[in-house]
Design a binder for this molecule. Structure first.
Ligand SMILES: [Zn+2]
Length: 143
């Protein structure tokens, strides 16, 4: 994950408007924003809508207007890659990253807790829910 924010930063850095009074400040702001965003994606994978848009909003003032679209595309490309990696690692949506648990609720109102079927978010008893319950929004769309 750390590498993703570094790669993103490295690609964006040459586009930054240098702060003449405080050399290096714009770059530090950018690096911190990239790291925070990637850390939050890692933590809140399925509860962080539109991370690329959010990061872009926070850092766009660091870039000249004519570079902003380019900047957004770079952010979107890197964060999409990050999301794909994390989605794959997280497996079926479980509400908790990394834990392989059926996403259903049992009769007592507790998470089902059984192991889900491969490629599904639900265990064999609850697999019929896969077709009914929509997958959560992952923030990959561009508004
Ligand atoms: Zn279940």
């Amino acid at each position: 994950m750390f590498e993703i924010s570094r790669d993103l930063y490295r690609e964006l850095k040459p586009l930054v408007i240098a702060d003449a009074k405080h050399p290096g400040r714009s770059e530090r702001v950018l690096l911190a924003a990239c790291e925070q965003t990637v850390a939050r994606i890692a933590r809140d994978l399925r509860r962080y809508p539109r991370p690329a848009r959010h990061l872009f909003t926070n850092v766009r003032f660091l870039f000249p207007v004519q570079e902003q679209l380019n900047c957004y595309r770079i952010i979107e490309r890197h964060l999409s890659a990050a999301l794909e990696v994390l989605e794959a690692e997280a497996g079926p949506d479980t509400g908790r990253i990394g834990a392989l648990r059926c996403a259903s609720i049992n009769r007592k109102g507790r998470p089902c807790g059984r192991e889900p079927l491969r490629g599904s978010r639900f265990c064999p008893s609850h697999k019929h829910l896969e077709a009914i319950v929509p997958r959560p929004h992952h923030g990959l769309s561009v508004a």
